[in-house]
Ligand binder design. Sequence first.
Ligand SMILES: *[C@@H]1O[C@H](CO)[C@@H](O)[C@H](O)[C@H]1NC(C)=O
Ligand SMILES: *[C@@H]1O[C@H](CO)[C@@H](O)[C@H](O)[C@H]1NC(C)=O
Ligand SMILES: *[C@@H]1O[C@H](CO)[C@@H](O)[C@H](O)[C@H]1NC(C)=O
Length: 334
Amino acid sequence: MASLSSDKTIHTSLLLISAWIWLSSVSSLAELQHFQHPVKPDGSLNILVVGDWGRKGRYNQSEVAFQMGSVGQKLDIDFVISTGDNFYEDGLTGVDDPAFNESFTAIYTAPSLNKQWYNVLGNHDYRGDVEAQLSHILRQKDKRWLCLRSYTLKAEFVEFFFVDTTPFVDKYFTHPGDDTYDWKGVYPREYYLSNLLKDMDEALKKSNAQWKIVVGHHTIKSAGNHGVTEELVEQLVPILEANTVDMYINGHDHCLEHIIESNSQIQYLTTGGGSKAWKGQIHPWDPEELKFYYDGQGFMSMQITQKSVYIAFYDIFGRVLHAWNISKEQYSSA
Ligand SMILES: *[C@@H]1O[C@H](CO)[C@@H](O)[C@H](O)[C@H]1NC(C)=O
Ligand SMILES: *[C@@H]1O[C@H](CO)[C@@H](O)[C@H](O)[C@H]1NC(C)=O
Ligand SMILES: *[C@@H]1O[C@H](CO)[C@@H](O)[C@H](O)[C@H]1NC(C)=O
């Protein structure tokens, strides 16, 4: 009996030690990685943004890809951003899933798209093997691929802050229905989220970039089918507002959309038109704020300089549907 209880003590302390090691590795996982990308010699940066795309070319994914290639060539783009839902319906099954080739490598074949792709995960990606998308093996299979949960990307005068938004959404945890989510690396959830918010707030505060652009999969302000994501309004928006973020860019609603929030002046851009679109699915929204809504497929371009950002939405024929400038009269010489 005595030896059993001392075994128990040893067992308990081993458990505590391994819990401590596990927690410290979770905390280092949550720490943001920072990337840099050069701008052009003339001080400009041109990019494309697409979301909700991986359907092996179907639902006009190939048509969108073709037009991205042609606009990408015209603008001599520097890189591409994906706002998530990279592989439908259930992410990747593993690093050897042929969907990686069939939905990505074999689709975005234009030479102009042979640039770095900076990706985030969407809720459909969490329904597969998340670690596969984050894996360096995919980066070897296709050198363009880079996907992390949350990270920052600085290109001289602009900094992008990529936020892993799926773990914020309560219903995936409380009412997953028939879907299974790969939460490895997210549990304990409260810890993951509070760390992520703290890291983002710190990174935004530290940034001296002229333009601060936050990218995530889920909608914050949207008149589309999914609409407003309350968890993000409550937890992320105060950080965006406190740090005078210029834009939040997302996918999730399968449309192209431009909202300017009347109080904060933050611009909320939805570019979730990479493949299947949701015709006719729009909810009422303050027309003062809703500048543009398109319920078909397409993508977005951004031409960024220190003084201004020119943004355009395109349809599957490459036609510009909506375009506008944002400029800053006063800018810091960071
Ligand atoms: C492809 O795009 C065209 C033009 O917007 C649209 O008419 C057609 O329904 C789309 N096809 C699919 C499968 O979504
Ligand atoms: C990738 O997919 C394309 C189109 O489905 C196919 O022709 C090609 O052989 C595939 N490549 C690899 C390496 O699997
Ligand atoms: C944006 O600004 C550029 C350069 O100043 C100008 O040529 C263009 O007409 C503007 N476009 C829009 C849509 O305001």
